[in-house]
Write a protein that binds this ligand. Structure first.
Ligand code: ADP
Length: 633
């Protein structure tokens, strides 16, 4: 419906309806918005609570892990851990000045100086070797010492013996001496602070020139086979690299813990507190040191803080971070977004402050889904409301239009009744008072009286018929009829009233008998209405044509005039009851607006239909199409 139509009266009613709709829609939208807002706040609160719970859980787990590490350390202080333990980091146990590392390969070099070697036993032999330049006698002296029962003396003697033998080019014998050292005859004894076994392995690799031997030596060095100082480690590693031809550098991760130990040696070796823990940074990496000690023994565990916090930080979708006193992140990831649950080390007695935040905070996936659903409900409700308001307004408009049409109908029908009644009354008065000028005149008056009363009767019958049709109780009595006869009869009915004005109805149809199976009375009414309309709305058209024939297996009866025509926008509407078109208004013709509706009803009841071909200004052709009578008989 165009806007212009909407703005027609009753404006007040429509304004109220629009206002009510607008207020309801706004209220609903506001309510929806508030609900969403509230939902968001509640969800944020819930997310916050979840984070707080996660933080509490993380603190409890971290405390448990630390306590467990401390307990295990207490045990290892007394009983050494099984091979390969601990799984993470490095355990150092210092007992009576001896340092042992577990697992051994994680400590490639250590800072503790080797105990000074007791070299007094070799004094005499070394005088022979160096000062008196008597290698033969020196060899003898060393051989004697090589049979000593003390492993350290045996080791020192064998290494020195091999040295003199090498100098005197007795390679095979020197090799034999080194092999004795290598084969473990001297245990872990050191010579000049260097493990005798390592000296022997190095020398034997040199003798053999085998890269495989050198590679094995390198492998053993990287497995922490011998306790070495950093200098010794570097020297023998470079020697092994030279001999094996493989110069690959040691990966920094392999020496990381050794560096931690080296850089914090003072703390590790000297702090005598029975228990302690601290976080240290080495090469920009954090390390956690925890220790237990009893007089004469101390166990230190060195681990990455993150390995202790794995379980505590396991919650999905939460960014967890442990931060030291200086604000540096020692484990996890600290996200900068939104709300974070914080547990300070002061309140938890943990070595770090814990931060927990959720990257999705506060719009978790569930929240987004709920918001979408709510939005959908609100949008749908608003759409229903608007659609409802539209249909109510349409219905009101429709009802008002019907009411208006009915009042128009009543006034039009009254007018239709009034004019024949007025002439009947005037003529009856003249006749009753015997004021008729001549016999001829009297005859004319009687004829007029008859015509007007017939008109009145037709009008009443037409209205009654229409009422019956509308109620669906109109009965039709079908019979086989010749179309030409029907058309001729209807046309003849109009002749007396139009002949005076010089107008004429021309009938024309196919010559063969054109039978139709119809109710003659009803179809006459339909045809009469069409002819009557043509006469009414085309007053300047002298000839109205009524034609009949067969069109596509149907009988077509058309009424043609060359009047004002009918605009396209009215072509459908004028077949509805009480609807009157622009032609009626233009020609100021009174009518009830039920004529065409009746035509439509009657023709439909006969199984046919009515078509209209018309152009404004070019006349109109109404055609009744009916099934051929022969088929129906
Ligand atoms: P009424 O004639 O009482 O108005 P109808 O249902 O017979 O009612 O016709 C409906 C409307 O159709 C008329 O008001 C008129 O505007 C239009 N109409 C009908 N026949 C013609 C015609 N032959 N030429 C122009 N307009 C017509």
């Amino acid at each position: 419906m165009p806007l212009r139509e909407w703005l027609k009266p009753p404006r007040k009613l429509l304004a109220i309806l629009s206002l009510v709709t607008l207020v309801s829609v706004s209220a609903l939208a506001w309510f929806g918005w508030k609900l969403l807002d509230q939902e968001r706040a509640v969800e944020a609160q819930r997310a916050r609570e979840r984070l707080e719970q996660t933080a509490d859980r993380a603190v409890a787990i971290a405390r448990g892990t630390l306590a467990e590490a401390g307990e295990r350390l207490g045990t290892w202080l007394i009983v050494p851990p099984p091979e390969g333990k601990p799984d993470e980091g490095l355990l150092l146990v210092m007992a009576d000045g001896n340092l042992s590392a577990s697992p051994r390969q994680r400590l490639l070099y250590r800072p503790d100086p080797a105990p000074p070697a007791d070299d007094a036993a070799f004094n005499d032999a070394e005088v022979l070797e160096f000062q008196q330049a008597a290698p033969g006698r020196a060899i003898e002296a060393y051989r004697r010492l090589a049979e000593s029962t003390i492993p350290a003396v045996r080791a020192g003697a064998l290494v020195r013996l091999a040295r003199v033998l090498r100098k005197t080019k007795q390679v095979a014998e020197a090799r034999a001496a080194y092999l004795r050292v290598k084969d473990g005859e001297v245990g872990d004894a050191r010579v000049g602070g260097v493990p005798a076994g390592l000296i022997a392995r190095h020398a034997l690799s040199e003798f053999s020139g085998s890269t495989a031997d050198a590679a094995l030596l390198k492998q053993d060095l990287l497995r922490g086979r011998w306790p070495l100082t950093r200098g010794q480690f570097e020297y023998y590693r470079s020697e092994a690299a030279r001999l094996s031809g493989d110069d690959a550098a040691v990966p920094p991760a392999a020496t990381a813990i050794s560096d931690v130990v080296a850089q914090n040696w003072q703390l590790i070796s000297q702090d005598d507190a029975p228990r302690g823990q601290t976080t240290v940074w080495v090469d920009d990496h954090p390390w956690f040191l925890i220790w237990r000690s009893v007089p004469g023994r101390k166990a230190v565990l060195i681990v990455r803080p993150e390995s202790l916090l794995i379980a505590a930080f396991a919650t999905r979708d939460v960014d967890s971070a442990a931060v030291d006193g200086e604000g540096r992140v020692v484990a996890g990831r600290r996200s900068a977004n939104g709300y974070a649950a914080v547990r300070t080390s002061a309140e938890t007695h943990l070595p770090w402050t814990l931060y927990m935040s959720s990257p999705q905070f506060p719009s978790a996936a569930g929240m987004v889904a709920r918001q979408r659903f709510l939005l959908l409900v609100v949008t749908l409700t608003i759409s229903f409301l608007i659609a409802g308001a539209y249909f109510i307004a349409r219905a009101i408009r429709g009802d008002l239009a019907v009411a208006r049409m009915q009042s128009d109908f009543v006034s039009a029908v009254s007018h239709e009744f009034r004019s024949p009644l007025t002439s009947i009354r005037q003529l009856s008065e003249l006749l009753a008072s015997d004021r008729v000028p001549s016999e001829g005149r009297r005859h004319v008056y009687y004829e007029t009286l008859l015509r007007e009363s017939i008109r009145l009767q037709r009008l009443v019958e037409a209205l009654l018929n229409f009422g019956r049709m509308e109620a669906g109780v109109r009965r039709y009595r079908f019979e086989l009829l010749d179309t030409a006869a029907l058309v001729a009869r209807v046309a003849a009915e109009f002749e007396p009233q139009i002949s005076a004005s010089g107008r004429h109805i021309r009938i024309d149809g196919c010559e063969d008998a054109c039978k139709i199976h119809v109710d003659p009375e009803a179809l006459s009414v339909a045809l009469r209405n069409l002819v009557d309309n043509a006469l009414k709305y085309a007053p300047d058209c002298p000839t109205i044509e009524v034609q009949w024939g067969i069109e596509r297996a149907q009988v077509a009866i058309s009424v043609r005039d060359s009047g004002p025509g009918i605009p396209a926008s009215e072509k459908r509407a004028i077949f509805q009851k009480f609807i009157r078109g622009s032609a009626a208004e233009a020609a100021n013709v009174k009518g009830s607006g039920v004529g065409l509706a009746m035509v439509h009803h009657i023709v439909a009841a006969h199984g046919g239909n009515v078509t209209l071909a018309s152009e404004p200004g070019a006349g109109s052709v109404f055609t009744i199409l009916l099934p051929l009578g022969a088929e129906r008989v």
